[in-house]
Design a protein around this ligand. Structure first.
Ligand SMILES: [Mg+2]
Length: 279
């Protein structure tokens, strides 16, 4: 990894903090919108997914309309099974998915981070997109409240301050401005960023943002470092343009070639950032 990063772009959720208890809250809010028999099934499946005992796993795709769990390689479906784990014949897989997948975040869900686990289970049990959105907003409200306590990652703030001396730090998140600003304040990171982009619409718009950032700061792509916990949103598009990348992969679902550096948690990320800040 080159150490001449003049711009460092950070995702927010799962990248600047690694708390996960809000996902349980989100699951609870989704579950409340189901009728009693389905609530039990939802809770059972949510636990099973978290324990790795369900066909829906991190890194898989959920096709809401066909109610199938998919495995993909470069956008092509290589394996499909039912919610219960019954595999489809290869012939049927090819018939159903003749071309590359299009992740639209409504009918084709990429289980790339923990937000999508409760969301996919909810969709399986018939919760509409609108109700899911409503539960998401309730969860963001909870995260803004003092009830949502965030764990401090040792030395994170210090190393960001250090980096901000010689590099520009930029926030690029899909989350809305209102609650993101509250989370940044809770973390004590609110003054560290030279530019903050909210509602970023990654991955569709990731490259557009990177192009604009490159132009406005007059740097080359190889002087930009993109850091995030979602390979499809923050890593692949940046890598394709020639940026440096660090992927945070707490679930161990990535392959080594996906990013320049892959870490399992924020403590490991802080160690790399320290090396960069001292170089
Ligand atoms: Mg994230």
């Amino acid at each position: 990894m080159q150490e001449n990063n003049r711009l460092i772009i950070f995702d927010l959720d799962g990248t600047l903090y690694e708390d996960t208890h809000h996902f349980d809250y989100y699951a609870k809010k989704l579950c409340e919108k189901l009728n009693e028999p389905k609530r039990k099934l939802f809770t059972h499946d949510y636990q099973a997914v978290l324990e790795g005992k369900h066909p829906l796993k991190m890194g898989t795709i959920f096709d809401v309309e066909k109610d199938l769990i998919l495995t993909q390689d470069h956008g092509m479906v290589t394996y499909a099974c039912t919610w219960e784990g019954e595999p489809l014949e290869q012939e049927n897989v090819e018939k159903l998915y003749p071309s590359t997948l299009n992740f639209d975040f409504h009918s084709m869900l990429n289980i790339g981070d923990l937000w999508w686990v409760p969301a996919a289970i909810a969709r399986h049990y018939g919760i509409t997109n609108q109700y899911a959105e409503c539960s998401f907003i309730e969860t963001r409200e909870y995260m803004m409240s003092p009830r949502f306590q965030m764990k401090e990652v040792p030395d994170f703030k210090q190393v960001l301050r250090q980096l901000a001396i010689h590099s520009k730090l930029i926030l690029l998140t899909n989350s809305p401005k209102r609650d993101s600003e509250v989370l940044l304040s809770k973390l004590g990171f609110q003054h560290l960023f030279d530019k903050k982009i909210f509602d970023g619409k990654k991955p569709m718009k990731t490259k557009d943002h990177l192009r604009m950032i490159k132009e406005s700061y007059q740097v080359e792509y190889n002087q930009i470092l993109s850091i995030g916990d979602n390979a499809i949103n923050e890593i692949s598009p940046a890598k394709e343009l020639g940026c440096q990348t660090i992927l945070i992969d707490p679930h161990g679902i990535s392959v080594p070639s996906q990013a320049d550096r892959i870490v399992r948690n924020l403590t490991e990320l802080v160690d790399i950032l320290k090396q960069i800040s001292q170089s």
